[in-house]
Write a protein that binds this ligand. Structure first.
Ligand SMILES: O=P(O)(O)OC[C@H]1O[C@H](OP(=O)(O)OP(=O)(O)O)[C@H](O)[C@@H]1O
Length: 179
């Protein structure tokens, strides 16, 4: 798929390691890369009748909002505990994530409609703890989680198979070597 290949190339052109940490923010600073990355992430789901994109605070908000606009649908915010988030909410605590943190993730119940077909968009998954928790939250609100689109996929095979329809622009092993 040409859009996926272009998105992958744009990501690899702009991604950098910085002091041992992945600096994905550079991808968003480059207008051409940002547009191509998001186009590549939504391309596998363009014909999947997606009705909403979900994203996890904070990098998931940036990518998810852009993906929602490209797909012509609205955005479902998944906030982390401790933030102001009005209304009736469903909440779940994640298993330990890549930093060993357990996050409380929240979703506004009325942001999900009963027959929504939801695409989760995020920049990176490693343990899959946040993505799997979002899947549960979305389903608990009565919607269908159609798939998960990742910019960078560091999941192990078992975890990837447990998540629904994972698409990724780049696998972790495709990234340049850590400096
Ligand atoms: O696969 P996992 O181990 O669950 O990790 C992946 C999650 O961690 C990162 O977010 P982070 O919590 O670092 O927040 P940020 O977007 O604010 O940097 C990333 O954006 C994913 O949401």
């Amino acid at each position: 798929m040409a859009e996926v290949a272009a998105g992958r190339a744009a990501l690899l052109r702009t991604f950098q390691w910085h002091g041992g940490h992945a600096d994905v923010w550079r991808v968003f600073r480059d207008a051409d890369a940002f547009e191509r990355v998001v186009a590549g992430m939504v391309a596998p789901f363009r014909t999947a009748s997606i009705t909403a994109v979900a994203g996890i605070e904070s990098r998931g908000f940036l990518l998810g909002g852009a993906a929602a606009i490209q797909l012509g649908v609205g955005f479902i915010a998944i906030r982390k505990g401790g933030s102001l988030f009005p209304g009736d909410k469903a909440r779940l605590t994640t298993p330990r994530d890549y930093r060993g943190h357990n996050h409380e993730l929240l979703i506004q119940r009325d942001s999900v409609h009963a027959r929504d077909r939801v695409l989760l968009v995020d920049d990176w998954a490693e343990t899959g703890s946040q993505a799997s928790t979002v899947q549960q939250l979305v389903r608990s609100c009565g919607a269908v989680l159609v798939g998960t689109s990742l910019m960078i996929d560091q999941l192990d095979e078992t975890t990837r198979a447990d998540l629904t329809n994972v698409a990724s622009l780049v696998r972790f092993t495709d990234l340049p070597a850590l400096d």
